[in-house]
Design a protein around this ligand. Sequence first.
Ligand code: IMP
Length: 203
Amino acid sequence: MVSDKTEILFATGNRHKIEEAKEIFTKYDLSVSQLIVDGKRPHLSEPQTDSIEEVSKSKIQQVREIISGTALEQSVILVEDSGLFIETLGGFPGPYSSYVKEKLGLSGILELLRNNSHRKAKFMAAVGIHHNGKNTFVVGTCEGRISLEIKGSEGFGYDPIFIPNEADGRTCGELSNEEKSLISHRGMALKEVAEYLISRQSE
Ligand code: IMP
């Protein structure tokens, strides 16, 4: 049963992702917090694959094993894997977005696209939920383009170089959390997951 007292446990170390999930779930009277086991955030490995859905599936599996036999065994678990896919680079960095951001930085990505007018890109998020013994996965997409310069200090990751089609020309780094959640890949997927949970409220 899901009620407003049910705590959804999000297995992530990214505080921005948790804030974005809170932004969405609050609207559905659902509560979300970070998954902590034995006082720490469990380490989840990411399989080498080009599919963010596969990574999400692996994360759910790992979390289920970690909480098996603990007081958290029956909890509603949320996982997510996401990335930036740049069309002219064949979808790079995709599932490797986190590593590439760390190594190249935002300016490294802008450098890769220097003098390139084809700047189409998309963010994608594969969100997985474990509820009542069942895993459900939802993919959210946010289409846009890579900016010519780094702009804004909101959000995280590639936000300051990504201009979503559905906004007014600002980068995600210039949008508030609320504005971003209305149109973002994660916002879309989390909204669907929240509606799924609400629809099963009586189970
Ligand atoms: P992971 O899902 O934790 O493996 O990492 C996804 C990476 O993709 C993040 O570390 C960011 O670099 C990038 N990314 C995913 N979603 C977003 C977003 O909403 N804004 C900016 N960067 C993102």
